[in-house]
Design a protein around this ligand. Structure first.
Ligand SMILES: [Zn+2]
Length: 135
């Protein structure tokens, strides 16, 4: 019985695997599909951050923790609806972040931060008045 030694390279330019059989013969198979890597496999898109999303979620946390919103529903449906509504009402602010959140403090007190505050406030009121949970 012949046992195959299989060597597979996952670098994007390599499209072949070699089968090394005990007798020393090498069989080479082209396996194009396996090495057909998508852009998400080749690049780390976690470095791509939307500063608006960060601002909105921080602001949502702050406002939901405030005493005046203690009666507002904090269930997952409602909180995600608030986030989605607020996020859709502000301009996205994407940037590439290889260095973490150095940029974060630069937005404090900026027009973007003020807009995030207003967007969250509107969204909390709107969803609280018309929650979608449980229906
Ligand atoms: Zn709810």
């Amino acid at each position: 019985m012949e046992k195959a030694l299989v060597r597979i390279s996952f670098f994007h330019s390599v499209k072949n695997i070699d089968f090394q059989l005990p007798k020393g013969r090498v069989y080479n198979y082209n396996i194009g599909e396996v090495t057909n890597m998508g852009i998400r496999d080749e690049y780390n898109f976690e470095y791509l951050v939307n500063e608006s999303e960060r601002l909105i979620l921080e602001e949502l946390e702050r406002q939901l923790g405030a005493p005046e919103n203690s009666a507002v529903c904090h269930c997952e449906d409602c909180v995600l609806d608030m986030a989605a509504l607020a996020l859709n009402s502000v301009r996205p602010l994407y940037r590439v972040s290889l260095m973490g959140t150095l940029y974060a403090s630069a937005l404090e007190g900026s027009p973007e931060a003020e807009e995030a505050k207003a967007a969250v406030s509107r969204s909390v009121k709107k969803i609280a008045a018309n929650p979608s949970h449980g229906d």
